[in-house]
Design a protein. Structure first.
Length: 331
């Protein structure tokens, strides 16, 4: 007798996709375009997702790497990852009207950095070198902050006073790796102070928990997200760490390699916190066409958090930009 092949199924993570901070930032760009017309300049990608950036570009957003690329008298929006105080100063010098779409949870970390610096702590910032969020947070107190990029960095960390040192973190890290780094830091600095509340955002943690729950059952985990999205990359790592036999990051369904499905009966699907649901739907459709029609939800948490839009959207920024541009230089 021929053995019956195992049933093909999809484990779909919940929650997944947009977090409150990303939703706020994307809507902020769309509202700015509606209210003020194009172009709206955005410093760096508003969120780390290729599809979102391409979609907003078609609507009239212009993404730039530096503030100096924005013409004087224009409107510029700062991305969800946050910026250093020097960027606000650059925008003022160029007489730009600004919209700050920094995620409130990132703003919280910025405020913590400022407060601990004022109290003369050495601040050990756990995060990935070069990430926009880390650059922004470090810029709040550069003379007090030392970046710690994972547990392997701990041996080289030096502080002025081991009894006055605190750790903060990038909001989109792997919870497990971050705590491994914290444990190593506490071994080296027993007096290490923790932030007053968790810096890794609720959405990052919830998505990682859901992936852990599905990982042990999945032959393959597909994470929808862009390669420059820290939280999406972490989901691949978490899936493998949870027991998934294989895991891959894709922006779109057509990036999935059919060879990944060889010998696979259970596929886990999730998406990073900057990924719109339409991209997940495309992956589910792709899998359905290949026999993976049975979809089971793996639910880790309920999410109901929302953030109000940036206050600048309640002002006439075009008039404000024109007024700024008309002022004599230096005022």
């Amino acid at each position: 007798m021929t053995a019956t092949p195992p049933a093909r199924r999809v484990l779909l993570a919940a929650p997944r996709g947009y977090c409150a901070g990303v939703d706020r930032a994307v809507i902020a760009v769309e509202k700015a375009l509606e209210q003020y017309g194009s172009p709206i300049y955005v410093r760096h990608e508003i969120v780390h997702n290729k599809y979102v950036v391409q979609t907003l570009e078609k609507k009239g957003a212009i993404f730039v790497d530096e503030t100096a690329e924005v013409p004087e008298g224009s409107i510029v929006m700062f991305s969800a990852h946050g910026v250093a105080p020097t960027v606000h100063e650059e925008a003022a010098q160029r007489r730009l009207a600004t919209i700050d779409a920094t995620c409130p949870l990132v703003t919280k970390v910025h405020k913590e950095a400022v407060r601990f610096a004022q109290e003369d702590y050495d601040i050990l910032l756990i995060g990935h070198e070069g990430h926009e969020e880390v650059i922004g947070t470090s810029g709040e107190a550069p003379e007090h902050i030392t970046l710690v990029d994972g547990p392997d960095d701990v041996a080289d960390v030096e502080v002025r006073n081991p009894d006055k040192v605190v750790w903060l973190s990038q909001t989109t890290l792997s919870v497990d790796e971050t705590m491994e780094t914290v444990d190593a830091l506490k071994t080296k600095f027993p007096g290490l102070v923790s932030p007053p509340s968790d810096d890794i955002c609720y959405a990052t943690q919830n998505r990682q928990i859901a992936v852990k729950q599905m990982g042990a059952e999945a032959d393959l985990v597909i994470v929808v997200g862009s390669k420059n999205s820290s939280n999406s990359v972490r989901l691949v790592e978490v899936a493998l760490g949870a027991g998934a036999k294989d895991a891959h990051l894709v922006d779109f369904a057509d990036e999935i390699d059919e060879a990944w499905l060889e010998g696979v009966s259970t596929v886990g699907v999730t998406s990073g916190a900057s990924v719109p649901e339409v991209l997940v739907e495309g992956v589910l459709e792709w899998l359905s066409q290949r026999g993976f029609e049975d979809v089971e939800i793996v639910k880790a948490a309920e999410e109901s958090i929302t953030f109000s839009l940036p206050k600048e959207l309640r002002r006439d920024l075009r008039a404000e930009a024109a007024e700024l541009s008309a002022r004599p230089s230096g005022q």
